[in-house]
Design a binder for this molecule. Structure first.
Ligand SMILES: Nc1ncnc2c1ncn2[C@@H]1O[C@H](COP(=O)(O)OP(=O)(O)OP(=O)(O)O)[C@@H](O)[C@H]1O
Ligand SMILES: Nc1ncnc2c1ncn2[C@@H]1O[C@H](COP(=O)(O)OP(=O)(O)OP(=O)(O)O)[C@@H](O)[C@H]1O
Ligand SMILES: [Mg+2]
Ligand SMILES: [Mg+2]
Lengths: 220, 220
């Protein structure tokens, strides 16, 4: 399902170069549940953005669902993304003027899905936010915004869910409920990749990889 | 130093009312290190914003450094805040077009401090970001942004540091380094209040309180 080879992503800052990804290869089979760990700044979000078709590598290849997406034009990249992937951003990236319900509905409306409002309500209920659906992001707590971002990522029932630190703002009980949701989605056959700093969460994943300075250093 | 009595903060949402704080009282002596825990949505950030002079309660009183700040006009509230408090926001709230160095310098410039650039560099070095000082927020990882927010809160050497979930985006090693910084500042006599979901962090604080549904339910 996912086959990334020798991904490189660098940023030029004046005269210095930041090697955010320095040749990362990763293969993930359908239905796997994988944790990505590593120090702050080690390249995890950069890798997730490439896997999520939100960014392109400078070099290397990335096959998603059998297609080489590393060189697709933006509109086709977006189409791959909408069709296959649900993404939970580390900084949530909710749309400020829309309510939680409207935020979660949006990917369904893009995909032309029916019963969008009903599905969005169900997704918000699954993350415990039934009584917050009309709040806008600035009327929500940090953990509530994080849970809206999670609901938005799962509402399209995607084949691949990429969650970048989905429990950083949640107490342990709410965090466990989120991992329960991901585990159930994985049991349905979906591929789940979670970036996390928390060992408890990583241990729920059958497989774990470690990034350091833009490289993969360990696999278990 | 800090004496809050019966703080109430409610939000009207159409016909319903959200009681974010439902009568919270809290006394913190100079030089204490306190952890505030509680479920997502229990009122922690709301309480911190009132303690940090960033918001006013609907009712109740709040004495900071001997003055009743609960009814001060905005400019005097800002002046109390700049003089006494360093605040680490749950969502960082960095200024997008400024570099990390400029972001951390800003509170010093407002206070008319000398050697602002030098102090800002030292604060960024203490959180391990010496090689990222010219990056803007969107050129930083989530954990790097969080550390810039921490550096900004400590650079003015305030009497009171309020940190709202300061390690949520950090790996355990970086998180420990942050707690070490707070512990050292506390040893210098500064008052530290940390909102956290992580028991390891809460246990570094001599005193812990628990919020639930806008009320204080436990104290240890
Ligand atoms: N502007 C607002 N309008 C309406 N409701 C609000 C507003 N701001 C906050 N709330 C609600 O008040 C409650 C308390 O919010 P607060 O941000 O203090 O929670 P918290 O304890 O910090 O949660 P978390 O751990 O998720 O950060 C939440 O349920 C939230 O939905
Ligand atoms: N646009 C950019 N320009 C320059 N440097 C960047 C840019 N974006 C990211 N970086 C740098 O690339 C490195 C990797 O960033 P990335 O966001 O992938 O880290 P991360 O592993 O997700 O960290 P965290 O755990 O803190 O979220 C960081 O050191 C960051 O400073
Ligand atoms: Mg990241
Ligand atoms: Mg909060």
């Amino acid at each position: 399902m996912i086959k990334a080879e020798a991904l490189v992503k660098t940023y030029k800052m004046g005269r210095s170069i930041v090697r955010a990804l320095d040749g990362v290869s990763l293969e993930v089979r359908d239905g796997e549940m994988l944790a990505i760990m590593g120090p702050s700044g080690s390249g995890k979000s950069t890798l997730m953005h490439i896997l999520g078709c939100l960014d392109r590598p400078d070099s290397g290849t990335y096959f998603l669902a059998g297609r080489d997406v590393s060189r697709l034009p933006s509109n086709q990249l977006a189409e791959m993304r909408n069709r296959h992937i649900g993404f939970v951003f580390q900084t949530f990236n909710l749309i400020p003027r829309l309510s939680a319900l409207e935020n979660v509905e949006l990917p369904l409306l893009y995909g032309g899905a029916r019963r969008a409002k009903e599905k969005a309500k169900a997704a918000l209920a699954s993350v415990g936010l039934s009584d917050r659906i009309h709040h806008e992001p600035n009327q929500l707590s940090g953990g509530e915004r994080q849970r809206v971002a999670i609901a938005r990522a799962i509402v399209t029932e995607p084949a691949v869910i990429l969650a970048d630190e989905p429990t950083g703002n949640l107490d342990s009980k709410a965090g466990e409920e989120i991992i329960k949701i991901f585990t159930e989605l994985n049991a349905q056959g979906r591929t789940i990749i979670i970036v996390t700093h928390e060992p408890d969460i990583a241990s729920c994943c059958k497989r774990q990889i470690l990034l350091k300075d833009g490289r993969k250093v360990k696999e278990s």
